[in-house]
Design a protein around this ligand. Structure first.
Ligand code: ADP
Length: 294
């Protein structure tokens, strides 16, 4: 059976509000990043794919199974929502055991499975620790362990690194990469760095529309001709900002080193600007703002 998720012409409405607008997308094995600003429809798409929310129209299959078969879909999917909470007074082991019971794992297999998962997420030393005593990063890692308890072929993780410190973020991203060797991991984020470090294929959503679907390399290629850098005074900076979209700036004494998106070249000669290779953040911002700039 193919390990892939296929969405064909999928719409999701909340009353009059369209949250997903005619989405066609195929998600294959490995890490897949879903990127977009707040309100883009990322959480909605993830909830539809876990079968927690019904789509309004279109067709979705997961590993060949139609999304409407929610029992089969749920046995195939592990989900770590944005707000993952568990009973804080339980120990890590008790919390995992409770979820293992709910997942229907037999008593004889539970201990081994739980310890294997805690080891995978590097929490095996914390089995007896109360959940409420875990750090933010540890809670997120426990969230992954609980989502993997029934060994799902698809793992869906919503905004997993928000609120984590840089070291915890890297550790968490590495864990997801390891997990993705055996399955589909769909990761949503508005933090471009998370995607850059881990995902080969990405999709960008904005206001329910799919703006981009492809590899990170193609995304960079798409912005190759429009990213420029220049050193400007603070007065010039205000003029640049009124005409172009500035993606980065570093103060250097009286001057400011800037990177910006320039689809038209009108002001470039005055700024002594030179073209530069886009980074993923530049390219993402280009796709997000492209239409508005025209
Ligand atoms: P994201 O996860 O990318 O921030 P969401 O999927 O949460 O985006 O939201 C997409 C859009 O749908 C937003 O405009 C949001 O306000 C709207 N929305 C989300 N959930 C509901 C709901 N339960 N009822 C009405 N509108 C909703």
């Amino acid at each position: 059976m193919d390990t892939k998720i296929v969405l064909e012409d999928v719409c999701k409405d909340y009353g009059n509000k369209r949250a997903l607008n005619h989405i066609d997308l195929t998600i294959e094995s490995g890490m897949f990043g879903l990127l977009g600003p707040n309100g883009a429809g990322k959480t909605t798409m993830m909830k539809v794919l876990t079968s927690l929310l019904p789509k309004t129209s279109g067709k979705i299959t997961m590993c060949g199974i139609p999304i409407e078969k929610s029992k089969e879909i749920r046995s195939m999917v592990g989900y770590l929502p944005q707000e993952f909470s568990m009973y804080g007074t339980m120990s890590v082991y008790e919390g995992m055991d409770y979820l293992a019971v709910l997942s229907g794992i037999q008593k004889g297999q539970r201990r081994e499975r739980i310890m294997e998962l805690l080891k995978k997420v590097n929490l095996d030393d914390c089995a007896k620790k109360k959940i409420k005593a875990l750090s933010g990063g540890m809670k997120r890692r426990m969230g992954i362990a609980q989502a993997l308890i029934h060994n799902p072929r698809v793992l869906i993780v919503d905004e997993p690194t928000a609120g984590l410190d840089p070291e915890e973020r890297v550790r968490f991203r590495n864990l997801l990469c390891e997990v993705a060797q055996e399955r589909i991991v769909l990761l949503s984020t508005h933090i471009v760095g998370d995607i850059e470090a881990t995902c080969e294929k990405i999709a960008i959503l904005k206001e329910g529309n799919l703006l981009y679907d492809g590899t990170v390399t193609q995304l960079l290629e798409g912005a190759r001709e429009v990213i420029f850098q220049a050193e400007v005074s603070r007065i010039e900076l205000e003029k640049v900002k009124s005409h172009y979209f500035v993606t980065g700036m570093v103060s250097q004494g009286q001057k400011v080193q800037i990177r910006f998106i320039a689809e038209d070249r009108q002001w470039l000669p005055f700024l002594n600007a030179e073209k530069c290779a886009p980074n993923v953040e530049d390219a993402y911002l280009y796709f997000i703002h492209k239409k508005e700039m025209r």
